[in-house]
Design a protein around this ligand. Structure first.
Ligand code: SF4
Ligand code: SF4
Length: 225
């Protein structure tokens, strides 16, 4: 019988699966290219716990101090998760308009144009890729199939963490640190939800079926903590 996985172990397998899949494509993303490392980045609480586990005690204290110092920094604070968005679409309802900061600042984990937690960076960073340099065209360029694949992975990661929450780096990490409810921290997070169905257009289903099979296999091995 295959070994059971904790949600964190399953998350790292999901990351590895995505890394392997993306390796077969060519992107313009390079070391020291960090325009996409901003306060618009989001993550789930499960991913936040993986980051907290990765940091040694000294770094963890510095990191949380920096988060607290930046509690007023403008950042993206989504009201809806990816699966929340999927639920609304299935019900034929219009999702609320999300407000992005006009000029998001740099991610607090960026040091000298490199990610200081690269091995455990959240999926929101892993899926930020572009086929042409963002600096050249002012935004990322991504094909529809990659967009579908990334959306599916976002849904699965949220599904893995369905009793958790979602938000900006500062909001998620400070809420994890205080181990409290949202109302007690002043942080704004959205409640995660199970995936109602995966948002895969019919024309992509066959192409990504092997990935879906592997993701289902990983999910079937997860034990709830
Ligand atoms: S997504 Fe854009 S800014 Fe980010 S690494 Fe790739 S090319 Fe650079
Ligand atoms: S966590 Fe790392 S990869 Fe993600 S936005 Fe911050 S610095 Fe960039």
């Amino acid at each position: 019988m295959p070994k059971k996985l904790t949600p964190i172990e399953a998350l790292t397998r999901v990351y590895r699966l995505h890394d392997d899949y993306m390796d077969s494509f060519s992107f313009a993303c390079r070391r020291f290219c960090s325009e996409c490392c901003t306060t618009a980045m989001t993550l789930t609480s499960l991913e936040g716990r993986l980051i907290a586990d990765f940091l040694d005690q000294q770094k963890k204290e510095d990191f949380f101090r920096r988060m607290r110092d930046h509690i007023l920094t403008p950042r993206y604070q989504p009201s809806l998760t990816t699966n929340g968005y999927a639920w609304l679409c299935i019900q034929g309802r219009t999702p609320p308009e999300e407000i992005l900061p006009e000029a998001p600042g740099s991610c607090l984990l960026l040091e000298n144009d490199l990610c200081s937690i690269y091995p455990v960076r959240p999926f929101g960073c892993r899926c930020m890729v572009s086929t042409s340099a963002c600096s050249r065209y002012g935004s990322a360029k991504i094909d529809e199939l990659t967009f579908t694949v990334n959306t599916v992975f976002l849904q699965i990661i949220e599904h893995l963490d369905q009793s958790g929450f979602f938000g900006s780096l500062t909001d998620v990490m400070l809420r994890i640190e205080s181990d409290s409810r949202q109302s007690e921290t002043g942080c704004i997070t959205a409640a995660n939800r199970p995936a109602p169905q995966l948002m895969v257009p019919p024309e992509h289903r066959e192409k990504i079926q092997p990935l879906l099979n592997t993701l289902n296999h990983i999910l079937s091995r997860v034990t709830r903590e």
